[in-house]
Design a protein around this ligand. Structure first.
Ligand code: ATP
Length: 595
């Protein structure tokens, strides 16, 4: 802490000049500025953060129903009370800098903190906010105070912050940070001392709550063991206890499978599940959270053997949920995986399938991937209704070819009713003539808000799989972006967290195809190596609203997008269909970042 004490007053014209010369002339003002601050400035510049303003993402609604927030709350309230109206803000963050709680008695300071987004739901991690008390303390893993011009972003120059990471009393891992922020003019060396004491008090509260919870856990575990002869396990984070019956009967992979199921039951708030363990044993797992009624990571599990014949779910030894590894397909979100699984199952069952969804969602790619997955050596024929002059004849020819194992027909929505009739005829003729093992046939159907009518063709296709729009599985963008960048730039290009964050915010009306196109343009016109920064994104993407949408707003955004798609992008028509004025739809398009 030697560096902290060498800054009397904490700020000076010297620091201001040093910052200016660092930002303007790339000078390294060693000696004029504290070493940890200079190191943080360098990191902030590498991340291409703006130095003239604070520009933060709203990350998520803070989750206050969690051990850190629950244990810290009484400590924060006591401190807030003791500060007795002084202009000092008491701030608690998660370990990634996300602000959970802010207590400020002074209205002027409170308004200023709102202006610079030092508020619940925003992240003050260094990667977003640059040098600051919270983010830099978390980055360094130790106490840090940052005064006035030491902040990287100019908007923070009137503030002084003292941040201290909070380490978990048992695991020793950083679980969050405490920060005290005041006006720069009021700051003194006591600020950091007070922040350290508060961090210690929160640690002690965490230990008390943890010990109390683990005591209760052991108590519940013993009680459960007394009530039953079944296998009983209790777990909480790193802690696991089990009775003799469980130790005798469960090998490592069965134990791991049971713990994974227990965690899932806790997360989903369910109380029981019937499963088949990796060893083949069929059991019912009952989960009792400890304590009950709050979100917790601790539970007592009772494991009861189940008679054969009763329905159970099979749990594989490798814990994570079964994942259809369709070649070349990226994404792990629930909606995307469910869709992959449906298409994969349909291929294996030889069930002809319609893949319907908005343009560019990956319908064709999915159908082709299912074929590659299940029959990589077999031939696949692809026809496009929008570019084939006599589709019916082409389909007949492909179906007559014994080597064709799969046939994918794209853009069925473009078929006129007479073409549809011809196609139905072609299918029936070919099926009558052909061998007993017809190929798998998939149709892709690009839809707006209404499904095009496939008429008599539909009975041939007993299954329709709806491929979700990208905005309904936006979390997959985190995987899709590096995947596309590495393919398009042959591995030379990465995406900065800020640019990725912005890509995650877009509504992607053109779906995955549009995301790929945007990245392709960046690779072609801007960069081939290095890091894609926010400034490399097209202008319309840079200005997208950064806040998270409520469920209602998401529905409204979807309705606007669908109406625009239905009306070929004509805003006047789209507004009329939605019963909105033109001015309103323009505002919604702007607010929701629809392009
Ligand atoms: N999950 C994914 N992983 C990797 N690439 C994907 C994924 N989804 C889509 N793509 C890619 O996105 C692009 C568009 O996909 P595709 O052509 O299959 O969309 P589509 O729904 O059939 O489009 P359209 O309705 O316009 O015909 C392709 O380059 C495809 O490879």
């Amino acid at each position: 802490m030697e560096e902290l004490d060498t800054i009397p007053g904490g700020d000076s014209g010297r620091t201001e000049k040093a910052r200016l010369s660092f930002l303007t002339y790339d000078n390294f003002p060693v000696g004029d500025v504290r070493r940890p601050v200079l190191a943080s400035w360098v990191r902030s510049r590498r991340r291409n953060l703006p130095a003239d303003r604070i520009d933060l993402p709203y990350v998520a609604d803070p989750d206050l129903d969690q051990p850190l927030a629950r244990s810290a709350d009484p400590v924060l309230l006591r401190l807030h009370e003791h500060l007795d109206g002084q202009p000092i803000s008491v701030i608690l963050t998660e370990r990634d800098g996300l602000v959970l709680r802010r207590l400020t008695a002074d209205n002027e300071l409170s308004r200023h903190l709102d202006r610079v987004h030092l508020a619940p739901g925003f992240s003050y991690s260094e990667q977003f906010a640059g040098t600051n008390g919270i983010g830099t303390a978390l980055e360094r893993g130790g106490p840090m105070h940052v005064f006035g011009h030491e902040h990287y972003a100019e908007d923070l120059e009137d503030l002084a912050c003292a941040g201290v990471p909070i380490k978990h009393p048992i695991s020793g891992k950083t679980v969050g940070a405490i920060d005290l922020t005041c006006w720069r003019k009021d700051a003194g060396s006591l600020l950091i001392a007070l922040a350290k004491t508060t961090a210690d008090q929160i640690r002690a509260a965490l230990l008390r709550d943890c010990t109390a919870r683990q005591q209760e856990l052991v108590e519940q575990y013993l009680q459960a063991g007394r009530r039953t002869a079944d296998m009983v396990l209790a777990f909480d984070g790193d802690l696991l206890v089990m009775n003799a019956n469980a130790r005798r009967n469960l090998d490592n992979s069965d134990q791991a499978a049971i713990l994974a199921q227990g965690t899932e039951l806790l997360t989903e708030g369910r109380s029981a599940v019937a499963v088949e363990l990796p060893s083949g044993t069929r059991v019912r797992i009952t989960c009792r959270p400890v304590p009950e009624g709050v979100r917790t990571t601790a539970a007592v599990l009772q494991v009861t053997p189940r008679a054969p014949g009763l329905g159970v779910m099979t749990v594989r030894a490798s814990q994570p949920p079964p994942r259809p590894e369709l070649p070349g397909m990226v994404g792990r979100s629930g909606p995307w995986l469910a869709c992959c699984r449906d298409v994969d199952n349909a291929y294996r069952a030889g069930q002809w399938t319609v893949l319907s969804g908005e343009a560019g969602t990956g319908k064709f790619a999915l159908a082709r991937a299912a074929h590659q997955q299940n029959n990589p050596a077999g031939a696949v024929a692809v026809l496009d209704a929008s570019s084939t002059s006599d589709l019916a004849a082409d389909v007949e020819a492909e179906l007559a070819d014994d080597t064709v194992q799969a046939l994918i027909i794209r853009h069925a929505e473009r078929l006129t009713p007479p073409q549809l009739d011809e196609l139905v005829g072609a299918f029936y003729t070919a099926l009558e003539d052909r061998r007993t093992d017809p190929p798998w046939v998939a149709l892709t159907l690009t839809v707006g808000s209404t499904d095009p009518d496939l008429g008599e063709l539909l009975p041939l296709f007993p299954l329709t799989v709806t491929v979700p729009p990208l905005r309904h599985h936006a979390e997959d963008i985190r995987e899709l972006v590096p995947f596309f960048l590495s393919r398009l730039s042959r591995g030379g290009l990465r995406c900065s967290p800020e640019a990725l964050h912005q890509l995650l915010r877009s509504s992607w009306p053109g779906n995955t195809a549009e995301l790929r196109q945007v990245l392709k343009q960046i690779v072609q016109h801007r960069r081939r190596t290095g890091v894609v920064a926010l400034a490399d994104l097209p202008a319309d993407l840079q200005s997208i609203s950064r806040r998270s949408l409520s469920p209602l707003e998401s529905l409204e955004r979807d309705a606007v997008i669908r109406s625009l798609l239905d009306n070929n992008g004509n805003r006047r028509e789209a507004a009329r269909a939605l019963g909105m004025s033109r001015a309103t739809i323009y505002r919604k398009i702007h607010d929701y970042g629809i392009r």
